[in-house]
Design a protein. Structure first.
Length: 196
């Protein structure tokens, strides 16, 4: 069994981490929020992960922020990448929930799960061009499709329309229905847009 971190240590003080994946997703939302300044963002992340105990110890803010980043990156080093994201934790949560249910039979709405376990499972969702592809990865594959490489004009138009429907620039205003999810999965699989 993997021993996921539940505490961080600053000097002689241990801080309990709010480890459920929802806290990490909230930290991601905070990090992307352009309406708050860097100080507010830092304090909001410290509060989200460590609660009042983190906020009540300003002498540890710098180290807590450093440990927060390491925790949120699942212990890995930060790599600045210029790649356009193909997924949003907040906007794609309906797709994530549907994919966890279809692949793992996990109902995320009623499950508490450590952030690192959630992240590992997210990276293990089915993604195969042979047809076994969860709806989240089908949509991610669609978002990454280079339309200029599609020769058939009708298919290129349909792919473009589907990309606009699932674009991250647009807010998904409501949870997609099961019928929309299944339709998206079949359409994308029919185009052969699985993992390369």
């Amino acid at each position: 069994m993997i021993n996921y971190p539940k505490y961080v240590k600053v000097g002689n003080k241990k801080y309990k981490i709010n480890t459920d994946f929802r806290y990490a997703i909230e930290c991601n939302r905070i990090a992307e929020d352009n309406t708050i300044n860097d100080i507010e963002r830092s304090l909001a992340i410290i509060y989200t992960l460590f609660g009042n105990e983190g906020i009540d110890n300003p002498q540890d803010y710098e180290k807590l922020l450093e440990l927060s980043q390491k925790y949120l990156l699942c212990g890995k080093e930060y790599k600045d990448t210029k790649e356009k994201p193909d997924m949003s934790f907040t906007k794609d949560m309906p797709l994530i929930e549907a994919s966890f249910m279809s692949d793992f039979k996990i109902d995320l709405e009623n499950t508490q799960m450590h952030w690192w376990k959630f992240f590992n499972l997210l990276n293990g969702l089915s993604n195969s061009e042979l047809g076994n592809c969860c709806v989240l990865n089908s949509v991610r594959n669609l978002r990454n499709t280079d339309e200029s490489k599609i020769e058939d004009e009708e298919i290129r138009r349909k792919v473009h329309e589907a990309k606009m429907f699932w674009a991250l620039d647009d807010n998904i205003k409501k949870k997609p229905t099961e019928k929309q999810l299944e339709s998206a999965r079949k359409f994308i699989q029919g185009l052969g847009l699985g993992k390369e």
